[in-house]
Ligand binder design. Structure first.
Ligand code: PEP
Ligand code: MN
Length: 337
């Protein structure tokens, strides 16, 4: 860290800053300018106490961070792409995963027919919410354990791996007993206790970006899971809240490019929540794949008009088949199968 001392500070007060830096376990290297001194604090910020508190000293103008706040999630600590192996299905490092299925698991017929269709179109992972985070308490809340049972049955029939959302710490154990990947939703993106419980489950985790979460905060949330011993984390961009009303959320493709640069973790794009419009999903998928996203999470329903959640953004079977064909040239162009 760099501590910038106010201009014309006396030697004695500069010495006080140096003593504080040393007390906190860092080596202090002062650089004296004509009117102003800066003190470089040398040491690993991940193992030493932070120096930001020095900002409270009246002679300190600013404390600047040099190292990133996320460590394990950063490319600096781990230059090669992380490849997550979900029971034989690889994600990241050139391995692309198509994850698709209904927003909510509604019935055996709905889930199985969707599973068969998405598999036929090349998906390797089936999505479906059993526990749904709904804005209104009067809306469909998901089938719960029955939904998990149907997901497991769909995996048995099709061989697709399953991803489903875990809403609370209380549910982690039994959701992890059924799911291949735990999804942490946008509304829980910074529920740190939930992140820690999911980390401890040992299952791969797909971490959505919160609706108003900064990229640094998103990576720090991933850091929680990594720091609690689970290296299998995927980041998922699903749109952020902006002033725009044409779309439900604004899919932030720049965040995908930044996450790929800053982190080694696989980055997945969810264009369905990302724009909230079935008619835009295919185009956004193409953009995401062209940017190098490691996977897509897409909502597909046999009859979106009758869906119990998110009907406006789910694509039907024919559209999904066209979508899957439509992204192929973009996968080829970026060196993926
Ligand atoms: C979903 O995937 O259906 C969902 C609720 O996503 P998000 O948490 O991104 O809103
Ligand atoms: Mn949804």
């Amino acid at each position: 860290m760099i501590i910038v001392i106010r201009p014309h500070t006396s030697e004695a007060l500069i010495e006080e800053v140096i003593r504080e830096v040393v007390k906190l376990g860092y080596e202090a290297a002062p650089i004296h300018g004509a009117t102003q001194t800066i003190v470089a604090a040398i040491g690993d910020e991940s193992t030493h106490q932070t120096l930001e508190s020095l900002d409270a000293l009246p002679q300190v103008e600013r404390v600047l961070r040099v190292q990133k706040r996320f460590k394990l999630a950063s490319r600096e600590s781990h230059p090669a792409d992380t490849v997550i192996d979900v029971d034989g299905v690889k994600i990241g490092g050139g391995h692309f995963a198509l994850m698709a299925g209904p927003c909510s698991v509604e019935s055996e017929e709905q889930l199985l027919s969707t599973a068969r269709q998405v598999k036929a179109c090349g998906a390797s992972i089936l999505r479906g919410g059993a526990y749904k985070p709904r804005t209104s308490p009067y809306e469909f809340q998901g089938l719960g354990k029955e939904g998990l049972r149907l997901l497991v049955a769909a995996r048995e029939e099709t061989g697709l791996k399953i991803i489903t959302e875990v809403l609370s710490e209380r549910d982690v154990e039994h959701v992890a007993a059924s799911a291949d990947i735990l999804q942490i939703g946008a509304r829980n993106a910074q529920n740190f206790q939930l992140l820690i419980e999911c980390a401890k489950s040992g299952k791969p985790v797909l971490l959505k970006r919160g609706m108003s979460e900064r990229i640094e905060e998103w990576l720090l949330a991933a850091e929680y899971i990594l720091a609690h011993g689970n290296p299998n984390v995927m980041l998922c961009e699903r749109g952020i809240r902006t002033f725009e009303t044409y779309t439900r959320n604004t899919l932030d493709l720049a965040a995908v490019a930044i996450a790929k640069k800053e982190s080694h973790l696989p980055v997945i794009v969810d264009p369905s929540q990302g724009c909230g419009r079935a008619d835009l999903v295919t185009e956004l998928c193409k953009g995401a794949v062209a940017l190098g996203a490691d996977g897509l999470l897409i909502e597909v329903h046999p009859n979106p008009a009758e869906a119990m959640s998110d009907g406006q953004q789910q694509v039907d079977f024919d559209s999904f088949a066209r979508l899957a064909r439509g992204i192929e040239p973009f996968l080829k162009a970026t060196g993926r199968a």
